[in-house]
Ligand binder design. Structure first.
Ligand code: SAH
Ligand code: SF4
Ligand code: F3S
Length: 469
């Protein structure tokens, strides 16, 4: 799954004006409520999970705070994908020592993939942690908080048989930002040799179609008009639909397409092996499905792909891209790359550069291989850091040249922009084009939450500028 930023703060934008009555009630509730501070690391699924955990804790009397010093409970939702991501958790926890000394009642919870992978160790290494909860058991967070208050430290890193979504409280009805994530599939059975996800998220599971549609409708009622369907292997989705029929991701998208008020559908992250014909056709025929596809390849060398256990080749990937572009010629492609995987030679690395040149990416995420304990590749001979650094630099130079050229080619084109929030400058709004470019436009704030036609007039380092048409 793409990691656009290592740290994402969950944000709840107020997009409606409460009445005076509501304000008074809110002030009363806020004054009495316990405060929850949340910090989210990692992928979009963690952002979604944090949102669900916040809603669960709101149901037991918590309200959100942005000031950690003000918190009665701190929740870190963590990522284990690379060593650095995992280490961040421990340094962040270290910072809470003085707060906890001054406020002994403060409860600290660690959730997410580090909790799953290193739960017991966290408890050992950090006595200030009161609760540890894995990605498949966070529906029990409120219970754990109660236990932590009544009996002391609590840990739950089970992979329960029952589906956590059935146990989570009903979703909040409050108005929210126009773009939302919705988890439809979770876990992974692919076991790429470098990756912790199958161990931290567990086996691949798809949520039933009806549940997803209910959640999507509820989001639309709250002001959402763009939904990004999430899954570690979202295009492997095979959920139970009406009449016990199995639905593919394309089938699910066509059901979502029928929801009035839902204007845009996206999905992430896909695996090349699960890119079925019906999904490619949906990209050609479903107007709500946006022309942006994140399709990680990791390497352009067949030898390395095999050692990674990716079960696709560079050529099969390139042929797939050609098919997708035939269905949707303006598709913006995004990818993930790992450099310095064990045994990667100069020739293997050149093959990756070669693949990038053939595909032409509009967006990309690239990483130095990071050894993850318990994964097969961790046992192999590792490459020196110096080589990884040099390869990453060359790869990123090439990718950013491609990205910049594609972004520059947007100048003069008309796009549709979903405005999400105010920009840095007065009178300016920021939104996303169908290709997921950030677009700055001078426009009145009533446009937040709306889709508008925009002509692109300028390409900046990381965004575009446009005018309302
Ligand atoms: N399910 C997605 C990927 C999830 S992890 C997929 O199959 O593509 C997100 C990205 O992190 C991966 O695509 C990979 O590029 C990167 N990644 C995963 N494990 C890594 C490791 N050990 N070292 C460096 N990057 C890694
Ligand atoms: Fe990790 Fe591979 Fe599964 Fe993606 S497909 S989550 S990279 S094991
Ligand atoms: Fe990280 Fe877990 Fe997501 S390891 S990338 S938070 S699935």
């Amino acid at each position: 799954m793409a990691l656009s930023v290592e740290t994402l703060q969950v944000s709840y934008e107020v997009v409606y004006s409460p009445t005076q009555n509501e304000k008074n009630l809110c002030a009363k509730m806020t004054a009495s409520a316990k405060k929850l501070f949340v910090k989210t690391y990692g992928c979009q699924m963690n952002v979604y999970d944090s949102e669900r955990m916040v809603e669960a804790m709101q149901n037991v009397g918590y309200s959100l705070t942005e000031d950690v010093n003000d918190a009665d409970m701190i929740l870190l939702n963590t990522c284990h994908i690379r060593e650095k991501a995992a280490e961040k958790v421990y340094s962040e926890l270290g910072r809470y020592k003085t707060i906890k000394q001054e406020k002994p009642d403060l409860k600290v919870a660690v959730a997410g993939c580090v909790a799953q992978a290193e739960g017991e160790e966290i408890m050992r290494r950090q006595p200030l942690v009161d609760m540890v909860v894995g990605p498949q058991s966070y529906h029990r967070l409120a219970e754990l908080e109660k236990t932590a208050h009544e009996k002391g430290r609590a840990i739950d890193i089970e992979f329960p048989q029952d589906d956590k979504f059935s146990y989570l409280a009903e979703r909040s009805k409050a108005k929210r930002a126009p773009s939302a994530f919705l988890t439809v599939q979770e876990g992974c059975d692919k076991f790429c040799a470098f990756c912790v996800v199958p161990y931290t998220r567990g086996a691949e599971v798809s949520r039933p179609v009806a549940r997803i549609l209910d959640e999507a409708r509820a989001l639309v009622e709250r002001g959402v008009c763009e939904i990004t369907l999430l899954g570690q292997n979202v295009n492997a989705y095979h959920g139970e639909g009406p009449a016990s029929r199995e639905y593919s991701l394309a089938g699910l998208i066509w059901e979502l397409d029928k929801i009035d008020g839902l204007e845009r559908i996206r999905f992430t992250t896909s695996h090349p092996n699960d890119m079925r014909q019906d999904l490619i056709e949906a990209h050609a025929n479903c107007a709500k499905l946006m022309p942006y596809l994140h399709l990680p390849v990791q390497s352009g060398s067949d030898r390395i792909l095999k050692r990674m256990n990716r079960s696709h080749t560079a050529q099969s990937y390139i042929e797939l891209i050609a098919k997708i572009r035939e269905a949707r010629p303006d598709m913006l492609l995004s990818g993930d790359f790992i450099v310095g995987f064990p045994e990667e030679t100069d020739a293997d690395f050149e093959a990756t550069l070669n693949l990038i040149k053939q595909v032409n990416y509009g967006q990309a995420y690239s990483f130095k291989y990071s050894t993850r304990p318990g994964t097969p590749a961790a046992e192999r001979d590792q490459l020196p850091e110096r080589i990884k650094t040099e390869r990453l630099r060359r790869l990123q130079d090439l990718l950013s040249t491609q990205q910049r050229a594609l972004q520059d080619s947007m100048v003069g084109r008309d796009v549709s922009v979903l405005f999400e929030k105010s920009g840095r400058f007065e009178g300016q709004l920021v939104g996303k084009s169908e290709y997921l470019h950030a677009v700055h436009v001078a426009a009145p704030s009533e446009n937040i939450g709306k889709l508008q036609a925009v002509r692109i007039i300028q390409s900046n380092s990381n965004s575009l500028t446009g005018d309302l048409i």
